[in-house]
Design a protein around this ligand. Structure first.
Ligand code: UT7
Length: 335
């Protein structure tokens, strides 16, 4: 048995910055509300014609990650791609990455665990490396939310929160089993699937049915979120899954050098920070600049933290996420 470690990180966000004031021109919202409730100041949105898509942003992030790992595209033996906003209903983005990056005919797996997607993807890649099946696995989290949000007042409680972007990590074999990913903790509770969901078009409701029923209130092709319900579950599950990861490795909160929470809402991150008695230096947040980028949020934040020198060799890192499904997950990493 081996461990896996992150050998390279990369991130990409579209150039187009959308501020809270920009959104207030489209819907009844304002900078003060958005900042107070979520911490978000601005986010990035793909612009039509800027050449970006979920897969293509993933490729941009992956290119940086592979180079930083000191590898080439040919060294990658498997792709795991996490997104809730793939370019196509099918096939998934993984195969597009294989083609766009001119990789060998390696396996490409798509992970559909929304905000927890990156941690699930990382855990999946880790298993393939642990067993010795592969040495280098590319893990990507990318989202194009802006193409599918309701930018009228009706959709304001969801559409102000989400942003576009991508992050990637190259996982590589680590022979020293005291280093790298020490453990992963994954959970789900499908009972609450529809509390944060996008129902159609889907096999339950194809396009003709949507058009026929012409819903005015409950529009199934925009995401729905029961915000306060999700918030309440998020703070509990974040805390639980971090505790679970620490306990598994005989660690306490004092041992955490850096917590990278999924960037769901700054208030959630602050709640968790307080709960574990962590200082500002022990928790990395960048939701202020990018909004909630779902599966991309942890790898973008991790990349930025690493670029700023906030993640150093020997550090104990905790990644934690909660979101649609419900799903939640954590990863304990010795850098
Ligand atoms: O990443 C996956 C996991 N996602 C999360 O963890 C998100 C969890 N939930 C949240 O972050 C918060 O619930 C929100 C940020 C979505 C909403 O914050 P809230 O404090 O729960 O607000 P609320 O939904 O209770 O709405 C409060 C008021 C309502 O007006 P009334 O009924 O009090 O008159 C909303 O209509 O704020 C109104 N509102 C807005 N006002 C201005 C909702 N969205 C907006 C908006 N601008 N964008």
């Amino acid at each position: 048995m081996y461990n896996s470690r992150i050998a390279g990180l990369g991130a990409y966000v579209p150039e187009n910055i959308v501020t809270n004031d920009d959104l207030s021109k489209l819907m009844d919202t304002n900078d003060a509300w958005i900042q107070e409730r979520t911490g978000i100041k601005e986010r990035r949105h793909i612009k039509k014609g800027d050449g970006n898509s979920t897969a293509k942003m993933g490729v941009k992030a992956a290119t940086i990650a592979i180079e930083r790992a000191g590898l080439t595209n040919k060294d990658i033996e498997m792709i795991v791609f996490a997104t809730l906003s793939p370019d196509y209903y099918f096939p998934g983005c993984g195969v597009q990455v294989q083609h766009l990056m001119e990789m060998e005919n390696i396996p490409a797996l798509d992970v559909r665990n929304q905000c927890s997607g990156f941690v699930y993807a990382l855990a999946t890649a880790d298993q393939f490396i642990k067993t010795g099946m592969y040495k280098n696995v590319l893990v990507i989290g990318a989202e194009n939310h802006s193409g599918g949000l309701d930018f009228t007042t009706r959709g304001r409680s969801v559409s102000v929160i989400f942003g576009d972007g991508a992050g990637a990590a190259v996982l590589t074999r680590e022979e020293d089993t005291t280093k790298g990913i020490l453990s992963s903790h994954l959970h789900s509770q499908g009972e609450h699937a529809l509390q944060l969901s996008l129902k159609g078009p889907s096999t339950e409701q194809w396009v003709p049915e949507i058009i026929e029923t012409n819903p005015t209130e409950d529009i199934p092709y925009y995401p729905y979120m029961n915000g306060t319900f999700v918030f309440k579950h998020a703070v509990v599950r974040f805390s639980e899954v971090i505790k679970e990861g620490l306990a598994k490795n005989n660690l306490t909160a004092d041992d955490i050098d850096m917590l990278i929470p999924h960037q769901a809402n700054l208030r959630i991150a602050q709640f968790v920070q307080k709960k574990f008695g962590l200082t500002d230096d022990q928790v990395f947040n960048n939701i202020q600049k990018y909004g909630n980028t779902t599966a991309a949020s942890i790898p973008i934040a991790l990349t930025e933290a690493w670029e700023k020198g906030k993640v150093k060799e020997g550090d104990t890192l905790v990644l934690a996420a909660f979101g649609s499904g419900f799903t939640w997950a954590s990863s304990i990493i010795k850098w």
